[in-house]
Design a protein. Structure first.
Length: 95
């Protein structure tokens, strides 16, 4: 199960994700992101991953797409750090 809380701040929107970011739950995050972007085009979006406990390969695809559109990842934990490192390196943003 995944829980997504949307925090709208003046200069950015933060999607706080909690639980499992794997399998059928990955599209839920993608849908929340799409809704946020449609509602406030051009606004910075941050994905807070501090409370994510489990991830799988599906996050790689979504992560690449989100990062390519300017989403920043906040507070990745042990469960997400390896996948995010791979996503960010393939995007050419990290040395």
């Amino acid at each position: 199960m995944v829980k997504i809380q949307v925090k709208e701040l003046e200069d950015r929107i933060v999607l706080e994700v909690e639980g499992r970011l794997a399998g059928a739950f990955v599209p839920e995050v993608q849908n929340a992101w799409g809704t946020v972007v449609a509602g406030r085009p051009g606004c910075k979006v941050h994905l807070d991953l501090e409370n994510v406990r489990r991830v799988d390969r599906e996050l790689r695809t979504l992560g690449r797409s989100m990062h390519g559109k300017g989403v920043e990842f906040l507070r990745p934990g042990l469960a997400t750090q390896d996948i995010l490192d791979e996503v960010l390196q393939k995007q050419g943003c990290c040395d």
